[in-house]
Design a protein. Sequence first.
Length: 109
Amino acid sequence: MPDQPHILYCRCAYAQVVPTGVKNEVLSKLCESEATFETVSDLCEMAAHRDPRLQGIAACKGLRIAACYPRAVKGLFQQAGSPLPDDAQILNMRTEKAEEIAKKLLEEG
């Protein structure tokens, strides 16, 4: 469906800087929804290894990312040679409430 956003969820498995409760609640709400989403264990690790999947993710239309600070996420993709498009929406699981993040990830269009 062309109008559906591409949702990316980062588990932040290695740095563990995102509160566990927030990560778990966002993931639970994504799983309960009918939305299709992609999950990765850790964007920082992917960027450090210049994972080629980041290029494919950065090319997605309507990209919404649940991860960390937007500045940091943009920097990770830039570092990996796959800059994010200007319209990518990055939701900060370190500072935002899980309910608000899930709502923004799942809203139409």
